[in-house]
Structure formats: C-alpha cells, structure tokens
Design a protein around this ligand. Structure first.
Ligand code: 13P
Length: 298
C-alpha cells in the first residue's frame, strides 16, 4: 500500500511540480510549470488534496488560492532563501518611508509579506502587472535584480530591496562570454533574477515558462539556459532534437531538490506536512494574489 499511484488515487490528489524539481519528480507530476502556471492550476483544481513539489512559498500560495483543499509539502525544509530576506515588519517600514508607492511583492515571499503588499507578481507577469499600476512609484520586494529589470522595462520609479536568489545572483558575466564563445550559434536566455550585468549580455531575459516556449518555438537548435538546472531536464525532454547547456554550475537550488517519491508517498499517507495560512493573514494575502491574477488575465 506504499505505492504512490495507489495513495494518490485514494486521496484523489493532484501532484504539481515546479520546473526546478528533480527529474524523477517532474516525470511523476500531473502538471509542471512556472510559478504563475502553478498558481493558476491550484486556483482551478477541484482535487481535494494538492501535493506541491516545490518550495514553501509556492505551497503557501496554493493554500491561499485553493481554500478548503489540503496542500501538502512533502519536506518542510524546502524553503526559499530569497523569500526569507524580507519580513512583514520590513514592508511596513518601507511603506512608512514611501507612502505614495505601491508595494509589489514577488511571489517568492511569505504569505505574511504578501498580506502587507498591494499586488503580487511572478517572473512571467511582472512587467505587465507593474506597468498597469496607477502609481508612479513602486516598492519592489525582495529581489533586487528583478526590481532593476522592472525599472529598466517600465516607466516606474522602483525602490528595491537587498534580496537575491543565491543561485541566479552568482552567475558571472564571464560565464556568458564563455558560453557565447563555446556555443556561437546558441540562443542565450537568462532569468530576471540574474544580475543586470549578466542580463545585459543575454539574448533574452524571461522566466522559466518563457524559456519553455522559446525552446519550442525558436529556430535555433542550441540554447544556453540561465536559470536553475532542473529546467534543463524538461527542455531536453520536450525538445529531443535540440541541445541545451546550463549557463553556470552555480544555477542549483538545494531546497528544490528535497522532494523525493518516498516523501510524496508519506505525505499522501499521513496527509502531512500540510501548509496552512492563518486566517488573519490569508484574507489580505489572497487579495494581493487575486489582484495579480486580474491584472494578468484582464
Ligand atoms: P519562475 O516563476 O520563472 O518559474 O521562477 C520561479 C522561481 O522561484 C525563481 O527563483
């Protein structure tokens, strides 16, 4: 009875996996995607149990968007060091310092931080959502590199926070130059969490969902991938006739790799660990997510 499919059927569960998950988890998931895809899937599913294969803020987002469902995160150690750089108290201080600014929270934040924010964004919709806000001034938390990317891509004045994703922030400009020399015909795409200096050397800055589409649609047969290594497995699997190179060995997120098939079986059997958001936070955090979904779809 420890079989994953048996427990999954018994719980009528859906398994969602982020693009950075290990290959064996990507292969067993019902749906795979970027942060925005997974938020939309969580909001729309009618499965009573969601197994979230990703990190804690993603499971929390699913819990906010799928009230009444049990959202399971197989290993609670799966955190996000970027999300941990900012607290709800930090957001309140920023607001006091810049009272006219809208607070825009990257989805890589805790529910408590989302609750203090006006709207959320993901890498897939950040430019669109920020451009559509009436405020001229934006406080963007917590990723400084993505904030600078937004400042360059919109007419907004962006106040940034000193957070970054270790994996993306450690990519160096010389690694892009080396990749271009070693793979002269390749299309180089990087995530907006890389530094502005690295982004300036790439052919395209886009989130993981954008990279999936580019790999499918572009005429090039070779790509250099400037995001977490897990995505390369998906790109190779979906495009067996094309070649993909990881831009830097630093592009590795240890907490994304905590999910295991046996962890999923235990989570389904025990209906734990379950991620829940306290009601005093959930209502306001959900408003920031709902506003993001309205501005994305509208
Ligand atoms: P995407 O939304 O582009 O998949 O990025 C998720 C993430 O956590 C990046 O660090």
């Amino acid at each position: 009875m420890d079989d994953l499919q048996t427990w999954k059927a018994r719980r009528r569960a859906v398994i969602l996996a982020h693009n950075y998950q290990p290959p064996e988890i990507q292969d067993l998931a019902d749906h795979q995607g970027d942060s925005l895809d997974l938020s939309l899937l969580a909001a729309r599913t009618d499965a009573p149990v969601i197994v979230f294969c990703g990190v804690h803020f993603m499971a929390e987002t699913a819990a906010l968007l799928a009230p009444g469902r049990a959202v399971l995160l197989p290993d609670l150690r799966a955190g996000c060091s970027l999300a941990d750089t900012v607290t709800a108290a930090d957001v309140r201080s920023l607001r006091a310092m810049h009272p006219r600014a809208a607070v825009v929270a990257y989805i890589n934040t805790s529910a408590a931080v989302k609750a203090e924010s006006d709207v959320c964004v993901t890498s897939a919709n950040a430019l669109r959502v920020v451009s559509s806000l009436p405020e001229e001034e934006i406080i963007f938390i917590p990723d400084r590199n993505l904030g600078q990317y937004l400042a360059g891509g919109t007419a907004k004045q962006v106040i940034t926070w000193d957070g970054n994703c270790r994996a993306h922030n450690e990519v160096r400009v010389d690694e892009v130059r080396t990749a271009r020399r070693e793979h002269p015909g390749a299309f180089i795409m990087v995530h907006p969490e890389v530094s502005p200096e690295v982004a300036a050397q790439a052919d395209l800055v886009t989130g993981t969902g954008g990279m999936v589409r580019q790999a499918r649609q572009r005429p090039e047969c070779e790509f250099v991938v400037g995001t977490e290594a897990g995505l390369v497995y998906r790109l190779r699997k979906e495009n067996p006739d094309k070649r993909f190179h990881l831009l830097s060995p630093s592009l590795w997120c240890p907490t994304m790799k905590y999910t295991t098939p046996s962890g999923i079986v235990s989570a389904l059997r025990d209906l734990a660990p379950r991620v829940e958001v306290p009601p005093e936070v959930a209502g306001r955090a959900r408003q920031a997510l709902d506003r993001m979904l309205e501005l994305t779809e509208g």
